[in-house]
Design a protein around this ligand. Structure first.
Ligand code: ADP
Ligand code: MG
Length: 693
């Protein structure tokens, strides 16, 4: 419970000072400027008064209870004052002071020490090296933060790992006259965590939308749990910057090397319904829309404009963001035709033309609200000097206030018509400078709308031979290594994942018998833990039609690979099917990441892969398969037969079950899996699996 942090009844400032350039001074000034509703107690052993407030030499002298202290004294002194705070019964200490974990081992020790002291007294540490918190709730109005953007009430709450990013977000909202609800930039996260703050915002009735900036996720599993709960109630918008540590590890499998370009954050966001943004601007534009507007019930948008070009841009951007252009109902078309001028275009986009006045533009929007075929509206409005622009804006504002469908708006104007923007914003319609921005904000809202309407996922588990698989892995334990093909195939078989007919050979004399078992045409491959990518070194010979060809290929490989003392395998040759890749990679403290995409030897070049966090529901997996760019190939493009997508989905779920059951499988890829025609299933042709113990 973070109430005493975000809703403190009293605040003491340790390090309060009359020097206007000190943190203590600034925090105190911020509390005063924002009319904090509780008492403020400056602590300074050297001054009697700070800003005409009586100063105390220590918190123990304060006659009343203290919920929160802000500390900005020298790092090595922090432990001492915390002892005082603990004895006094202080609940939270915001430590602004830097010089802890971020400066190395000594700082880390000091950081551990302050948390230990706090916990001894049941007190919590916020920070250290933190900016602080804010809560604009008029009943509290606490600005316990040393920054400068003025605070006013709103419904957007922000938690930013970087204070600089947090400040940028606040600043933008301030400039367009929008308030915030709560704000927090938590520093080193030694005790109070980002996840707890998100959870707290989630429970705050007045917070309608949450913006999060993350550099490193300290507790990914905790984030997943909290975010999954919160996104059911309100949207979480996230900006994740910086590379994950995964990127620096050496990886040998396809899954491993492809996954480093992705981040674990992405799969966590997808699983928990967090909306990811790649720029501060995009995130804040979407937050503004969420803050003002209801979430769309579907993806059908209508665009209304009084000028041509920008509407075309809006259409392009909406479509590329995954929205659909709504088809107007016949009733709406009849209504609009009576309403608008003759030269207007009544389709989607609706072009009311520049001469449209309040009756035409406003009336059109009103009619579109009533159309059941429409889920959201994007308005493009230029202040044409020959019409009553304020009249239009007033009408739009009125409509915006009562609308059950979300509206976003691009307004093109100059200072002279600032009233237009004000009137539209007053109607809760977000105003943007560009149609693209409006479209992207609407698309984010639509995505969230789709997410909230999704059914609870059902996770199916297949009956598998888990014990046998465990025994197989146990026999391989010891070193960190890739397992031989036949062992991997045996493991896959335990989980009902079909592999192509494969026979092991060691010597040339065994070729005849083995080939008979497999049948021609066949494939010869080298099999050694030292050779990870066989094609690259000439270790794969496909479509061998007769014994003579097989023997000559074998001789060549035997000569080439003699130094590895390898084994070989013969495999049935797959003459048709599409090559896909499936993979899994373990995550510490989390379920494994699964991968699916177009397969073959060029996967790293194509990079047409999707990642999801296990477990996978049937819906998740089908969505994952359909999300790759090459999906039309699987669905049967250009006269090719569609492949057995249902079977691919099943294999992926089985694979995810295998990876979840055995976290010692550090990375695995099945590449290629030959996806056969619908109803014919799919088979694994090559598999790589590494275990770590
Ligand atoms: P590696 O990935 O180690 O290079 P693979 O066993 O995946 O070796 O083989 C490389 C490529 O050879 C596959 O992507 C596929 O195009 C082809 N290939 C391999 N095995 C078969 C097979 N049994 N039937 C048909 N083609 C195969
Ligand atoms: Mg391969």
């Amino acid at each position: 419970m973070l109430d005493a942090l975000f809703k403190p009844r009293s605040v003491a400032i340790i390090g309060a000072s009359n020097n206007p350039l000190s943190i203590g001074h600034i925090v105190m000034q911020n509390l005063l400027d924002h009319d904090f509703k509780g008492p403020i107690y400056p602590i300074n052993p050297k001054s009697k008064f700070i800003k005409s407030f009586r100063a105390y030499t220590s918190v123990s002298e304060i006659p009343d209870e203290v919920d929160l202290v802000n500390i900005s004294i020298k790092n090595t002194l922090v432990p001492y004052v915390l002892e005082d705070c603990g004895k006094k019964g202080v609940k939270f200490a915001i430590v602004h002071t830097a010089g802890f974990k971020e400066v190395g081992e000594e700082g880390l020790q000091l950081e551990r020490q302050i948390v230990e002291i706090a916990h001894k007294y049941g007190m919590r540490i916020y920070g250290p090296n933190s900016q602080g918190i804010q809560n604009s709730d008029p009943a509290i109005s606490v600005y316990a933060n040393f920054t400068f953007v003025p605070m006013s009430p709103g419904n957007i709450s922000i938690v930013a790992q970087s204070g600089g990013v947090g400040e940028t977000l606040k600043l933008h909202l301030y400039r367009i006259g929008k308030g915030i609800r709560m704000y927090s930039s938590f520093g080193n996260e030694a005790d109070v965590s980002m996840n707890e703050i998100i959870d707290y915002y989630g429970q705050d009735e007045e917070t309608k939308v949450i913006m999060v900036h993350i550099e490193t996720m300290k507790d990914p599993a905790g984030f997943l749990e909290v975010a999954s709960r919160v996104t059911k109630k309100k949207p979480i918008l996230a900006l994740k910057t910086g590379k994950t540590s995964e990127g620096t590890k050496a990886v040998a499998s396809h899954t491993g090397s492809l996954i480093e370009q992705e981040t674990i954050a992405d799969v966590i966001f997808k699983k928990s319904g967090v909306l990811r943004f790649h720029s501060q601007e995009d995130m804040i534009d979407a937050a503004i829309a969420f803050s003002n507007q209801p979430v769309p019930k579907g993806d059908r948008v209508v665009i209304v404009t009084n000028t041509g070009g920008p509407a075309i841009i809006a259409v392009d951007e909406c479509i590329s963001a995954g929205l659909k252009l709504a088809e107007l109902s016949p009733k709406t078309i009849t209504t609009l035709k009576k309403l608008v001028f003759q030269e207007a275009i009544v389709s989607n986009p609706v072009d009311v033309v520049a001469t449209a006045g309040p009756e035409q533009y406003g009336g059109t929007v009103e009619a579109l609200f009533k159309d059941p075929n429409i889920d959201s509206l994007l308005l493009v409005f230029v202040t044409a000097p020959f019409v009553d622009c304020e009249g239009i804006a007033r009408k739009l504002g009125e409509l915006g206030r009562t609308s059950k469908k979300p509206i976003v708006c691009q307004v093109m104007t100059i200072e002279k018509w600032q009233e237009v923007i004000r009137l539209i914003r007053e109607g809760n319609i977000p105003v943007y400078d560009f149609a693209e921005t409006a479209a992207r904000a609407l698309s984010a809202m639509t995505k969230y709308g789709t997410f909230t309407q999704k059914k609870e996922p059902v996770y199916k588990t297949f009956k598998v031979e888990k014990k046998k698989a465990g025994d197989i892995l146990a026999r391989q334990k010891g070193k960190d290594k890739f397992l031989p093909q036949d062992v991997v195939f045996e493991l896959l078989q335990c989980y009902g994942i079909p592999a192509v007919k494969t026979v092991k050979v060691k010597k040339e004399e065994q070729l005849g018998n083995a080939a008979e078992k497999v049948g021609y045409p066949l494939v010869l491959k080298v099999d050694s833990e030292k050779i990870v990518h066989k094609t690259e070194v000439g270790g794969v010979a496909v479509n061998l039609k007769a014994k003579k060809e097989l023997v000559s290929s074998f001789k060549k490989m035997a000569r080439k690979f003699a130094k590895y003392k390898p084994g070989y395998i013969l495999q049935e040759y797959m003459s048709e099917g599409q090559e896909v890749i499936m993979g899994a990679k373990s995550n510490q403290g989390l379920e494994p990441t699964l991968m699916f995409g177009l397969g073959g030897v060029f996967v790293e070049i194509l990079k047409d892969v999707q990642f999801r966090l296990a477990p996978l529901s049937e819906e998740d997996v089908l969505e994952m398969i359909r999300s790759i760019k090459g999906y039309p190939i699987l669905a049967g493009a250009r006269g090719e037969k569609a492949v057995d997508v249902d079977k691919l989905a099943e294999i992926l779920i089985r694979l995810s079950q295998l990876a979840s059951d055995f976290p010692e499988i550090s990375e695995m890829d099945l590449n290629p899996v030959f996806a056969l025609a619908k109803g014919k299933g799919a088979v694994v042709v090559d598999a790589r699996l590494r275990i770590v113990r």
